[in-house]
Design a protein around this ligand. Structure first.
Ligand SMILES: NC(=O)c1ccc[n+]([C@@H]2O[C@H](COP(=O)([O-])OP(=O)(O)OC[C@H]3O[C@@H](n4cnc5c(N)ncnc54)[C@H](O)[C@@H]3O)[C@@H](O)[C@H]2O)c1
Length: 183
């Protein structure tokens, strides 16, 4: 019998909520171990819908039954949280944009190499139908030499107005959506 993979989610905001929802849709393959959010009210919101909330990040990391940690918190905090999870022996999936600078990403990759764990990024748009069709057309050489690509995005909730739009925490639309385009 193959092992059911246990996943814990750090951050129970918009995307953390989506992670928990999707993780609960594949029983027998993955199991949602629980969540941890820095805001007590978000942990209470998780418990209100029957999701276990860890009392602290340390408690989540100490849970030996957790195999994978997904990280769905503001962009500037991906690095420290991912590195601590890797050092605790977890496989880590960070939300995009993976972090705020290449130097920061290099530290994250170094932590993955040092710990021998798996570290990856949720670049989910690469599985979107429009991206896949464009890639398929390009690879089939129907177009000849491609010298420009125009891709327009308006954002699912308009131009972000919260932490996403600050240089220190988010990086604005370039990091919010730009990383999907570049990917
Ligand atoms: N892949 C995608 O399509 C997609 C879509 C939306 C957002 N995202 C990414 O997901 C991440 C989270 O975005 P969001 O929309 O969920 O933001 P959000 O503001 O809705 O939620 C973030 C949550 O993280 C919590 N948090 C902040 N710091 C924390 C910490 N150190 N430890 C634990 N919890 C902490 C906050 O309290 C909040 O509940 C961002 O990196 C964002 O770019 C990805």
């Amino acid at each position: 019998m193959s092992k059911v993979v246990r996943v814990a989610v750090v951050g129970y905001g918009g995307m953390g909520g989506w992670h928990t929802k999707r993780l609960q849709e594949i029983p027998g393959v993955v199991e949602l171990a629980g969540v941890y959010d820095i805001k007590p009210e978000r942990n209470e919101a998780a418990e209100a819908v029957g999701i276990h909330a860890y009392a602290s990040f340390e408690e989540l990391l100490a849970d030996k039954t957790v195999d994978i940690v997904t990280v769905a918190i503001p962009n500037d905090q991906h690095e420290p949280v991912c590195i601590r999870a890797l050092e605790a022996g977890k496989l880590v999936i960070s939300e995009k944009p993976v972090t705020m600078s290449t130097a920061s990403l290099e530290r994250m990759i170094a932590a993955a190499n040092r710990t021998g764990s798996v570290f990856t990024v949720h670049q989910n748009r690469r599985w979107d139908e429009d991206f896949r069709i464009a890639k398929q057309i390009y690879e089939s050489k129907q177009l000849g030499r491609v010298f420009a690509i125009e891709s327009r995005v308006h954002g699912s909730r308009g131009i972000p107005g919260d932490w996403r739009n600050t240089k220190a925490q988010g990086g604005g639309m370039v990091l919010e959506w730009g990383v999907h385009m570049l990917d």
